[in-house]
Design a protein around this ligand. Structure first.
Ligand SMILES: NC(=O)c1ccc[n+]([C@@H]2O[C@H](COP(=O)([O-])OP(=O)(O)OC[C@H]3O[C@@H](n4cnc5c(N)ncnc54)[C@H](O)[C@@H]3O)[C@@H](O)[C@H]2O)c1
Ligand SMILES: [Zn+2]
Length: 373
């Protein structure tokens, strides 16, 4: 079981450093209000690229471009359209072309400024351009700050499915600046918050408890509450990835809630749910299954259900046939050699993986979740 000390809430003014020990090169995360304004100096200090190419989206660049550009000493960004449907090889191609035209070489670095879509797409370009150039992330969504920019998974979608093409490419540096979240719409913010809840469920009862008792302050993005929650989430992910970069076993715990979550996203063609919302349902399902097996106490499941309700409304699932979600789950990447590795909670703060879940069991869980039998 992993266990984490909550961060001293007064320590939010200084940036916090978290190191990821994976991949061939050092990978460092700096977390703190205002770190993106020091991007130039921090990238210099970490030896990131002689020439730097920023990849962002028009929306994000309009909101935060001026400030990021100033911090980097003036940049002419490569802008790719926002949204999951542009997380494609075509977008990657556009990045390659812009890099070639601008004279990028193996000493250049790509700086991804955006949410998970921009980070995954620009990250894949960095992993593959000239067989790999240095990558830096400046994540601008809560989901990207606590999850997608940490751990080195990069990739794009194919018309046949999500994240089917990708690589492991650790960023040299990640600058997590919670001030950038000020402009994030509430629903996007909440979507990232469900991943924070996930970290609480897999490794930190203290984090879980703080999100529960300080939900209002979290939504108000109060630094004393938000910054430590982001730091702790990054520490947990960094630690798990450092011990198991390529998902041999331990990293699977990060998939808590994701088996059912991905199934829900797939049957609704990625349109109905924000990623975290689907994961919220997935965590409820995984907790329910754990209770049914006697692995989790009902009051712990109830604590999770209460917190998820408290965080806000989720899109409905009543019209979704359980059988279709099961079918989508069968096609998911997490099925290895025909075996589904399913992560369940054993208490708030601990999980285990089981590989003998039956379809009947899953079907019953989905129906109890509210899906059509
Ligand atoms: N690589 C990984 O390990 C990993 C992990 C989890 C998720 N992901 C991927 O991440 C993607 C989802 O990322 P996401 O949730 O960040 O979505 P996203 O990148 O689509 O961003 C969500 C929306 O927020 C807007 N936005 C971004 N920053 C903003 C800001 N500061 N202010 C206002 N608006 C802002 C964007 O324009 C976009 O419309 C998915 O493609 C998923 O597969 C990857
Ligand atoms: Zn996720």
């Amino acid at each position: 079981m992993l266990s984490y000390q909550p961060l001293n809430p007064t320590a939010v003014s200084e940036p916090v450093r978290v190191d990821v020990h994976a991949g061939q090169y050092p990978s460092t995360i700096w977390i703190g209000n205002g770190v993106s304004q020091r991007a130039g100096a921090l990238l210099d200090a970490h030896g990131v690229g002689r020439t730097r190419f920023v990849v962002s989206s028009p929306v994000i660049w309009r909101l935060h471009g001026e400030q990021v550009s100033r911090a980097l000493g003036g940049v002419d960004p490569i802008l790719i359209a926002d949204g999951e449907r542009f997380k494609t090889l075509q977008s990657v191609s556009r990045i390659y072309e812009a890099l070639v035209l601008a004279g990028a070489d193996r000493g250049s670095a790509i700086v991804a400024v955006g949410g998970g879509v921009i980070g995954d797409t620009a990250g894949f370009a960095a992993a593959t351009f000239l067989r790999g150039v240095t990558l830096a992330h400046i994540p601008t969504t809560l989901l990207a700050q606590v999850d997608s920019s940490v751990g080195g998974k990069v990739g794009v979608n194919l018309p046949l499915g999500k994240n089917l093409v990708g690589a492991f490419h650790q960023p040299a540096i990640v600058l997590v600046d919670p001030l950038l979240l000020a402009t994030l719409p509430r629903r996007e913010f909440r979507s990232g918050l469900y991943e924070v809840v996930k970290y609480g469920m897999i490794a930190s009862p203290a984090l879980f408890e703080r999100v529960t008792s300080q939900t209002k302050a979290v939504f108000a993005r109060e630094p004393e509450v938000l910054v430590p929650a982001i730091v702790e989430s990054c520490r947990i992910k960094a630690d798990v990835v450092s011990r198991d970069e390529r998902e041999g076993g331990l990293r699977r715990m990060l998939n808590f809630g994701h088996t059912v979550g991905h199934g829900l996203e797939a049957v609704t063609k990625y349109r109905r749910f924000r990623h975290g919302e689907a994961i919220a349902y997935g965590m409820l399902a995984a907790a329910d299954l754990a209770v049914a097996r006697g692995a989790l106490a009902e009051r712990e499941r109830q604590a999770l259900a209460t917190l998820i309700t408290q965080l806000g409304p989720l899109p409905p699932v009543v019209d979704l046939p359980a059988g279709e979600v099961l079918e989508a789950m069968r096609r998911d990447k997490k099925v290895v050699n025909g075996t589904l590795h399913f992560v369940i909670a054993t208490q708030v703060g601990a999980t285990m993986t089981i590989d003998d879940v039956t379809e009947a069991e899953l079907h019953a869980v989905l129906v109890r979740l509210g899906l059509t039998a």
